[in-house]
Each structure stands twice: as structure tokens, then as C-alpha cells.
Design a protein around this ligand. Sequence first.
Ligand SMILES: *Cc1c(COP(=O)(O)O)cnc(C)c1O
Length: 403
Amino acid sequence: MTEQEYLAQRVAVLDAAALDTRAVRSGQRRTAEGEHSEPIFTTSSYVFASASEAAARFSGEQPGNVYSRYTNPTVRTFEERIAALEGAEMGVATASGMAAILSTCMALLKTGDHIVCSRSVFGTTTVLLTKFLGKVGIRTTFVDLVDPEAWQAAIGEDTRLLFLETPSNPLSEVADIRALADIAHKHNCLLVVDNCFCTPALQLPLALGADIVVHSATKYLDGQGRCVGGAVVGRREHMDEVLAFIRTAGPSMSPFNAWVFLKGLETLRLRMMAHSASALALAQWLQTQSNIDKVHYSGLEDHPQHALAAAQQKAFGGVMSFEVRGDQAAAWRFIDATRLVSITANLGDAKTTIVHPATTTHGRLSPEQRAEAGIKDNLIRVAVGLEDIADLRADLQRGLDAV
Ligand SMILES: *Cc1c(COP(=O)(O)O)cnc(C)c1O
């Protein structure tokens, strides 16, 4: 058997394999050194055997590496692996989650185009769309994530793209991806889903009809809070454009970061199930506490989209939020009484984090905007990590006692 036949058989085996297997194996091509773990190619450029080969590579006539802003073997392995996990034809890695969103819009939209976006997306996404894409004449209308009629009503002649994040942060609202994909396609629009909170381990937006998935790899794909990065996956026709933008504008992923994300992907499903199990247990426990007014977590049976979340996701994720009895001061007392969890806005880490959204992540909104978004002054968000559940419960008990 030739080496090529062997490799083709390996690719066929992986294409048919389950998510856990693809998470560990997809995209890897061993070098002549026979390394077992994926190598990090820390090189900015590549050498050619001759002047004519250099010319052929530069013209695109011959495939292969030229410069790491265009392609890098470690980054390519990450791209192939995240695409394999999301069930996409092609993936493109980016320098950050924001670069993934910007690159998608720059590659696929032009001046005059219109976006319909969920009101409850990541705050910086809102700023990117309104301030910077607004500057080049791309307009955005914001609608309620869980109201398909509002999405339908906001679509106009120039609408090209629908953008959402589900479940939402910090209130854990869940959008019906299939229903919104149908609305998008009826109007010749693309549905783009930010799959940061579920990851492909818990939710596969492309299988539900979405056209493109974007990621902040910074969160659960890394899983240990080490690197900033992102990814865009989807059909080749769209990804070729995204890649062309990234090669030209330059928000490419560093090979070191790609390697960290690759290692993160190998344990992705195990971690996501553990984050989800702990979050559910803590949410159920908090719900029984007398100085908690409300717990927001789609895994709870009284959550308005619990049935949808149960059908659309394999588990409910690691992020939940709750309202303490009292005002902002009570919420701050809760946070300040903890001794184990980290007071930080980041999430998707083995380390549990706690934050007061109204004065941090949503602090730039006006009080009216916060009220409309349901971000109350007594709301606390916890992104549940991988510590022992009894220790986490004990730490949140310190918070409860201080309310
Ligand atoms: C963090 C985050 C982003 C932005 O990602 P960066 O890697 O920080 O640029 C985008 N979307 C969601 C849902 C996020 O949580």
C-alpha cells in the first residue's frame, strides 16, 4: 500500500468517526520525524526548492505554504479539526473571536447591506456592528433573540445576514436555530451562529440549518484561559472569501495559540459535560435558597425554553446567572464574600468565575437598555469551572450568607 492510500483510508475512518474521535485525531498530518503529538510550526515563512517552485507557490499554481499570514501547518490542523467537529466543509482560524465576526462580515457583506442581530449578543459584537460596520454603511437592526416574528419583521430588501448567539449571556435564553434558519433562507439571507457557549460538543448549528458558525476559541475551545483566538466554519464558497480577507487584512491565528486550542479540543466534550453537570447541580441548589429570587439556566425545568434547549443541545452548558434578594450592594456583598471562585468576566475556564454584569460586561449600557435586556442590579453570573462541586457550593454559600 502506498503512503497516500494509507492516508486516504485514515481520512475516511475519521470522516465516519464520532465527535470524541475527531476531537482527538482530525487534521493531524505527521511529519517525517514521526512525532505523536502535533508539532508547533513557529515559522513566519517557508523555503522553496527552486526559483520556479517559488514562482509556482506564489501564483497559487502549486499548493503549499508561502507565509504564515496565509497558511501554517499547526493552524491548518486546528482549522481542519474545528471544521470536522462542527460538520463543516472548511474552517478558517482567526486571531480572536472578534476577528472571526469581523472577517465574516467583511468577507460576505458590502456597503448598503443590512444585518439582523440578536439584542443579547456579546457586548463587543454590538459595538463592532453598530460603530465600525456602521461606518462603512452596513446597518444592523437588533431584535429579541427568542421572538422569531421579530426577526421576520426586521428583514428588509437589503438584509443579507442574521446573527445570533445561543444560549445568551448572562440570561441563558435559547433561540430556535432551525426556525431562524428557515426564516433566513426564505429571504435569501445567511444565518451566522456564535457557538461559543455550547461548542460543537453540545450543539451543531450547521446541522440545524445555520450557514456559518463563528467561535471565540478563547473560551471553551481552549478551556483553560490561556490564549485568545477564534474560528469561522461553513461552506467552502463562503470560507474561501473569509480566508481571502484574513490573508489580506492579517488577523491570522498564531501557531502557538493554534496548538493550545488543538490540545483543548481533545478534551472538549469531557469538559463540556462536566461544566454542564456542575452548573445544573448548582442552579438547582441555588433555586432552593431563600435569598435567591431567580435562577437563569436553561437546564432548569421552569426555564421558558427548557424543552427547546433539551432538544437542540446535548447539555445546558456551564454559564448560569441568578438574582439575589436585594439590590446591587447585596450582589456585591455576595461576590466579595467568595474565597475560591475568581472575580473576572472571562468564562470557559477550568476555574470558576463570578461577575456582576450590570457594572462590568453590561456597564456601558444605559439603565433603560439594561432594564430592556433584563440585566438587573441584583444579577450575578457564574461560569462554572471544573473544581469539586462541594467546594463550589461551599463558596457560593459564603456569598449567600453575606447577602
Ligand atoms: C468572548 C466572546 C467573543 C469575543 O471573543 P474574543 O476571543 O474575546 O475576541 C465573541 N462572542 C462571544 C459569545 C464571546 O463570549
